[in-house]
Design a protein around this ligand. Structure first.
Ligand code: ADP
Ligand code: MG
Length: 339
């Protein structure tokens, strides 16, 4: 008799959670992305104890149909893609249908959602993969996700969590990048009752930069605007006088998705060339748009890495665009080292 059998769904979800849910910030990223995909104009985030005790994400997006509430927590269930062709032109942030079942497998999650303004909605609660409530409830249009006690049933994972301050740093990073990606969405972020970020949601990127990095840093940036048959670039990049000790203030967005990409980072730094002192980096937000077939986002479960099909063209486009923006405005700061 054979000994191979498929994993039961609960176990499969726990294993997937190991990849999708590394720490509180990974939960937050998935839930903010869902709110963005739902067309929210407002996303309110609050966290307690670095997100390990609680994460709450409320949006005013489309909401989830009552009949879909449990389906949304099933593995590989998604409303975002349907055919293999869709996979090569992904226009949403999510598409794997893995986040909700993975989070529900390793935390206590409550989802309250309504698709209309009737004042009525649905509430589903799942703890460690087990359904504990499914009922009608009063709710405004949109979705609220509350995640408590992350990793309560996976002590080995919990043990690896860093200090609250470190986890908070990762949470802030997620909120900041998403706020920079979508200046048209009003974000708030509260930790242990302290308001850490509020963006106006009026579409003005500089105001988001000011809310995150401060008004004077925002003033020391210049606008980017460049076109190419395959790409377009908007955003801001810092005057060479406004430099940082690391690359953390460079945000690269590809079709609205925050990514880490050497293919964009390197030409950005190249464009500054000798204008930046050694080991100093600019503050920059590069918003690239391109046809979805030119970028493969299906490379990594957290979707932080992407592959470009015409990488060399992209590199020279970015370098040229940043150089032109800097042209004339740039000066060599005193004490600058050449490299
Ligand atoms: P994916 O985002 O890859 O589709 P998820 O597990 O993150 O997978 O979510 C499953 C489905 O639940 C989504 O496809 C979407 O239909 C629905 N959903 C999740 N969060 C929200 C939300 N905030 N607003 C509306 N629908 C949502
Ligand atoms: Mg998702």
């Amino acid at each position: 008799m054979g000994i191979i059998r498929p994993l039961d769904e609960h176990l499969a979800n726990q294993i997937a959670a190991g990849e999708v849910v590394e720490r509180p910030a990974s939960v937050l990223k998935e839930l903010i992305e869902n709110a963005v995909d739902a067309g929210a104009s407002r996303i309110d985030v609050s966290a307690e104890e670095g997100g390990l005790a609680l994460l709450r994400i409320a949006d005013d997006g489309t909401g989830i149909e009552a009949d879909d509430m449990l389906v949304a927590f099933q593995r590989h269930a998604t409303s975002k893609i349907a055919t293999g062709k869709d996979l090569f032109q992904i226009a949403t942030l999510g598409f794997r249908g893995e986040a909700l079942p993975s989070i529900a497998a390793v935390a206590k999650i409550k989802c309250v959602s309504s698709t209309d303004n009737s004042g009525l909605g649905r509430c589903v609660e799942i703890e460690g993969g087990a359904l504990v409530a499914n009922k009608e409830i009063n709710a405004p249009k949109g979705t609220e996700m509350v995640v408590r006690d992350l990793f309560f049933n996976t002590p080995a994972r919990l043990k690896y969590m860093k200090t609250i301050q470190t986890e908070l740093g990762h949470l802030s990073d997620v909120v900041y990048r998403q706020a920079l990606a979508r200046p048209d969405i009003a974000f708030t972020f509260t930790h242990n009752g302290n308001l850490l970020l509020r963006t106006p949601g009026n579409g003005d990127l500089r105001q988001v930069v000011a809310a995150i990095y401060g008004t004077s840093s925002a003033k020391a940036t210049i606008a980017l605007q460049a076109e190419h048959p395959d790409y377009s670039l908007t955003g801001v990049t810092a005057l060479p006088s406004e430099t940082r000790a690391n690359r953390g203030a460079v945000t690269v967005l590809v079709n609205g998705r925050y990514v880490r990409s050497q293919a964009v980072m390197q030409p950005l730094l190249q464009a500054y060339h000798t204008l930046l002192p050694l080991h100093r980096y600019p503050l920059a937000v590069l918003r690239l748009t391109m046809h979805p077939t030119l970028v493969d986002v299906n490379v990594h479960p957290a979707k932080l890495e992407v592959r470009f099909s015409k990488e060399n063209e992209l590199r020279s486009f970015v370098e040229q665009a940043v150089k032109e923006a800097l042209g004339g405005r740039a000066h060599i700061p005193s004490g600058a080292a050449t490299r």
